[in-house]
Write a protein that binds this ligand. Sequence first.
Ligand SMILES: [Zn+2]
Length: 838
Amino acid sequence: MPSLSHVEATARGALITVESYQVDLDVTGSDERFRSHTTISFRATPGAETFVEVSPARLRAVRLNGRDLDPGTLVDNRLALAGLAEANTLVVEAEMAYSNTGEGLHRFVDPADGETYLYATSFLDNAQRVFAAFDQPDLKAPVTLAVTAPAEWAVAANGELAANPRPGRWEFAPTAPLAPYLVTLIAGPWHVRRAEHDGVPLGLWCRRSLAEHLDADAEEILTVTRQCLDRFHELFAERYPFGKYDQAFVPEFNAGAMENPGLVTFRDDLVFRSAVTDTQREQRATTIAHEMAHMWFGDLVTMRWWDDLWLNESFAEYLGTRVTAEASRFGRAWTTFALRRKGWGYAADQRPSTHPVAPEEVADSALALLNFDGISYAKGASVLRQLVAWVGDEAFLAGLNAHFAAHRFGNATLADLLGALSAASGRDLSGWAGRWLRRAQVNTLRAEVAVDADGRYAQAAIVQTAPATHPVLRPHRIGVDRYDADGTVTRVEVDLDPDADGGRTVLAGLVGQPAARLLLPNAGDLTFAKIRLDPASADAVPLVLPTVTDPLARALLWGEALDAATDGERPVAGLVGLVDAALPGETEVVIVEDVLRSVRPLVDRYLDPLAREAALLRLAGAGERMLATAGAGGSRQLAAARALIDATTDVDLLTGWLAGRGVPDGLAVDTELRWSLLGRLVVLGAAGEAEIAAEAAADLSAAGAERAARCRAALPDPAAKAAAWEIVVRNTELSGRLVGAVAEGFWQPDQAELTGPYVARYFAEMPVAWPRRTAWVAESVAHLAFPRYAVAQPTRDLAAALLARDDLPAGLRRVVTDLDDDLRRALVARTAVAAAAA
Ligand SMILES: [Zn+2]
């Protein structure tokens, strides 16, 4: 279907004003389709022409101002509307298809008990799969929804339930004005927990088969919800604007969550059915806070067009992390942000597809979907944190509150927000925004020192550089910490001048002082920049790291080491040595988890098989030592166990744990850990289809089906690979999530010979597979199925040949361009390390 362009949206936005939607859905029919009846009231320039979007399985009838229109005039997803009056009423009756891709009205049959669940995702332009809509973010209108569904079901929507006139009929009150992409509902035999806080009714929803797990965590989820609500009410002058606040955990969801006003939908993997680490609990809390931040940023004030997507996501990410850190028990949320989220942002910003946080133009809604990446989220949030350091928190919040007041229930642009922040801070932000928001790529801040014969700094400076492709230096307000041998830590604050000669800012306060053991640039992590330690500091890391008491500083030191290895500046083997020496002593579980998560792809992609085997041994050894020192039960033990399972080749240990032998005290070998053990055994060739089938039979859940699919795709067996590939490139019957699980399991670094023929097949077959799927699923599968371990020039040649075609979908072009660039970096790093060793 053609995607709405910015030009079309602007033209339509000038012609019409939508006054209301009345949407009536009937989901009592077949398993394939539901009935949708939409009445739209809108005003228009008399005599004008425009179009409405609707993507039906069958369009039954259309009436505009009482006149019947021919349903046959629907072209793709657009219905032309001519001869408009000043006040118009459009009625569209259609049969719509349920989806299995998490878009539109998703229909899911729970394998655990056979119950059926529905939920709607209208984002990004999928409202038209549920009801006829002028599907653009700046045509907001109140939505009045009614649903006919089986009488024994429960139904919830954005608005409050107004009436239940008869069994099987739910009528909801009109909402506040909503952008079409924010309209949602859930229907099915949902389990619900209700509560209330500060006058706001709260609800938690999940499938019945997850009820016991939701109930076990309900107090924690509600506590976080209450704390966040209170904190947002302290920060913002405008109270929560959408009445009730329901949070539904829904199956086979694509993203982490979606900020539908009054009814946020979350992926139901966040209802934990097995033991999890505190990091996972923190991540759930941050997601809750992130979605709540959207109630103001995105929902109350909506971007005018998708080019200001960052106004939604950067703010939600910044405020979500901040409020989690300030209001919940997860006070170290900025440490998680530093390593995990910013790592995602740095990676995205260094790829060929990088774009400014606020691009000048996003031509259509299909291209907008590609910008939901580490730049719009993590870099944007990080840039906002830098802005707060620059203008001060009071001015920042005053600007936000003025922005909300000026545009409540309406739309706004970057210029509007900058105007409000400039007025509140008394500073002209145009130069700052030009460098930070309108220009792509990341700066490197390198500490440069010279020490004299007395051991004092003769020179000390931070040198800012930019890649040749994006030669822009930026103003940074940063801290620099000096770590001394006696354990003292001293911070100097410094403003880096973007126009300084050679990007060099002298640390005047340090010159003449005794040299520190280690200097850490960007201490406090206030800016978005790659950092490099001076050589003496880099050498001191193994010694200093265990003595650093601030977890955020440790995260930054680990981040620096990971980044230098990724860039090929230091060998991966050295990084693995640091992990082996220092990680078992790390007390912050999120650092343990994220360091291992980042080291592993480097081990799998940067090292030759022999070096890789040696590195895995060291990682397994580190896991073992962590496990030996971890207390019984708790996050640290679980993180250590997972680290050991992922790296070990000890089949006896793995089969023993599965059978309940030799399990460390306090470690629960529960459903998820069993799948991890089995997954590793499958890769090692020590378990097969029989074991997978037995495990799947014992776990009849949706998650169990995904784990089993991933295990089957990972089997070191030609027939299993052929079957898995067939699913990856052809299958549209399975849900998007299941196909993704197969793609995820397919490539294994240990199976180069077996999967060799599929490297070329990826490049030949993915363009054919792409159009069979919706954009979201196609992109996710193309990403997961990329031959990421085939780090070799022939793979790059195949990528180049594919990219030379001019008929590639934009999304596939972007996936291949970026992942090919990852191969390029891995090859460069391998060459650099080989040259250094020679
Ligand atoms: Zn968001």
